[in-house]
Ligand binder design. Structure first.
Ligand SMILES: Nc1ncnc2c1ncn2[C@@H]1O[C@H](COP(=O)(O)OP(=O)(O)O)[C@@H](O)[C@H]1O
Ligand SMILES: O=C(OP(=O)(O)O)[C@H](O)COP(=O)(O)O
Length: 549
């Protein structure tokens, strides 16, 4: 049972050396005053100066909500509302699992206790790609939040409409508003070519007066067959042509100005900004995205909420100066996204385990292994050998799987065969999980690690028969945990899968579950959602992070 013991101060440190006590305590610091000041949460000027050197990691010291003057302010809070929803027996959409809303509800309550005048909640659900999808409405979330908060939550369907602005302008004290799914608007994620197509008769888009209107005026008629009539008709046609020409000129004059997509995004952001006086970022899973509601809300005060603060504090305390060896596990199917983290991780971690579909570009490039129909990415394959060279120079070992469970597609329940790197994967087959040999090798690495950070699954966890590799590594993590190592699960799928295993793996409770953003912080990435917040200190944190990596 290891208590953490720290000796601080030049003389005391010398004494500890003299009496051979250095190995018997956790840490001996020569700076006594400095250690105590760090413990109090102060930022030391010398360390601060180091952190400002070019090439240092981006700062993530941001102002927390608890230090903000919220009294009588309209507080906009970006929250994670992406919860599972299904229909009840009456066909009504309801939130199936309220657990994920507990954190958001607490943040809202805290802001209200700080005398906020009103709360405007910004969030999304699912991926409607800029289109209105009634299945993805936030209506069920509004209802679930009402139950948790025990106060009305008003869903505002038209985010940038006058009605919304009016409601939010001078709200009844204590009002809670929820903006409808932000992703119904292409301007939220910046999907310029969203599937939303202009309607054919949409004069705002085309600026073209409709031909039908001309016909309705009776100026275009069928031929009559009679000369007099024909003459009349000719005159009419001439008139019509003259009018058509006039129309065309009018068209040019009347063409309604169509704003560019960038202008639309800017207008969307301004509309959001008009609804709030203070902006609180409290959705850590979105903090790495440059979405409008993450980076584009202008407000007098911009700070992080308690959930984001907790994540940053965890990072500062456990991952800023981690116990080593520090092992990163990367997998899943977002091949490019996960690959792009590796160069940054090479400066931070000691070893990297690679599984999931991310392994295939590596195996294709390194072992020249046939990968059959496995998911891969040729642009990533082309970068692998350079990356491996840099890893070698930096002394980071990258471990690849040696065998696989194969199938014909991720959702096909066929009998699964196996293959190893020597045999390769035949055409028509995909590698869908890591095999037994790889699992044994990876488990050994995990057993020796002091800190493990994991993002992306080892296989297709949605199929029980293809989840074995992920399960085995999760079990290994829980065993390592008993020996005092820190384990961090970072990412939607791995966290959701681990949550389903709570009964089998009780110790999962001792594992920190977070978002891919933590892995990005570890890789030294700048997170856009943090960069837009006001700088600040972390006085609550026991160990202030020092940016000396
Ligand atoms: N070998 C594989 N082939 C195809 N899909 C895979 C493979 N391994 C994992 N996946 C898929 O990757 C997804 C999880 O990856 P990812 O989104 O990167 O993880 P996370 O959300 O945890 O960061 C799962 O849906 C899983 O089915
Ligand atoms: O990366 C994310 O979450 P994660 O870090 O928990 O995996 C984002 O929630 C991704 O969400 P999206 O796929 O709906 O854009």
């Amino acid at each position: 049972m290891g208590a953490t013991t720290i000796i601080g101060g030049g003389d005391t440190a010398t004494c500890a050396k003299k009496f051979d006590a250095v190995d018997k305590v956790t840490h001996v610091s020569t700076g006594g005053g400095a250690s105590l000041e760090l413990l109090e949460g102060k930022v030391l000027p010398g360390i601060q100066a180091l952190s400002n050197l070019p090439g240092r990691k981006a700062s993530y010291h941001v102002r927390p909500m608890r230090t903000c003057p919220l009294a009588n302010k309209r507080v906009g809070i970006r929250l994670d509302l992406d919860v599972p929803v299904s229909r009840d027996e009456d066909g009504k959409l309801i939130v199936r699992d309220h657990r994920k809303l507990a954190g958001p509800a607490l943040t809202i309550q805290k802001a209200l206790r700080m005398a906020a005048r009103s709360i405007v909640i910004l969030g999304h659900r699912g991926n409607p790609e800029g289109q209105i999808d009634p299945e993805l409405t936030l209506q069920p979330v509004a209802q679930a939040l009402e139950e948790l908060l025990k106060r009305p939550v008003t869903l505002l369907p038209d985010i940038s409409g006058d009605e919304t602005e009016l409601q939010c302008m001078d709200p009844w004290p204590g009002s809670v508003f929820l903006l409808e799914n932000l992703r119904f608007h292409p301007e939220e994620e910046g999907i310029e070519n969203s599937r939303v197509q202009p309607k054919e008769d949409d004069t705002l888009i085309t600026g073209t007066p409709s031909r039908v209107a001309v016909e309705e005026d009776g100026l275009v008629q069928e031929e009559s067959g009679n000369e007099e009539e024909e003459a009349k008709q000719e005159t009419k046609e001439e008139n019509a042509n003259a009018l058509d020409e006039e129309d065309e000129n009018k068209e040019v004059n009347e063409t309604v100005y169509e704003p560019s997509f960038a202008e639309k995004v800017s207008a969307f952001r301004q509309a959001l900004s008009r609804l709030v006086d203070v902006y609180i970022a409290d959705d850590f899973s979105m903090i790495q995205q440059s979405h409008s509601s993450v980076v584009g809300v202008q407000a007098g005060v911009r700070a992080c909420g308690p959930q984001v603060e907790k994540e940053l504090e965890f990072f500062a305390n456990h991952l800023q100066s981690p116990d080593r060896p520090l092992v990163a596990i990367l997998g899943g199917n977002k091949i490019k996204e996960k690959f792009s983290l590796i160069p940054g991780l090479l400066d931070t971690v000691d070893e990297i385990i690679i599984g999931g579909a991310l392994a295939f570009p590596f195996l294709a490039a390194m072992a020249n292994m046939p990968i059959g129909d496995s998911l891969s990415d040729s642009s990533v394959t082309a970068q692998v050998s350079d990356l491996m060279e840099i890893a070698e120079i930096k002394g980071v070992t990258i471990h690849l799987p040696e065998d696989f469970v194969l199938g014909s597609s991720p959702d096909n329940e066929d009998t699964h065969s196996v293959a190893n790197t020597e045999e390769g994967i035949p055409d028509g087959k995909m590698g869908l999980d890591i095999g037994e040999r790889s699992r044994a090798k990876f488990i050994e690495i995990i057993a020796d690690a002091k800190t493990v950070v994991w993002s992306g699954t080892m296989g297709v966890i949605e199929e029980e028969k293809l989840a074995g590799g992920t399960w085995d590594l999760l079990s290994a993590l829980t065993h390592a945990k008993f020996k005092g190592s820190i384990s961090v699960l970072a990412g939607d799928h791995i966290v959701a899968y681990a949550n389903t295993l709570r009964e089998d793996l009780e110790e999962i409770d001792m594992t920190h579950m977070t978002s891919v953003a933590t892995m990005m912080l570890l890789a030294g990435e700048t997170l856009p959602g943090l960069a837009v917040l006001e700088p600040g200190f972390k006085p609550v944190s026991k160990i202030i992070s020092c940016h000396t990596v």
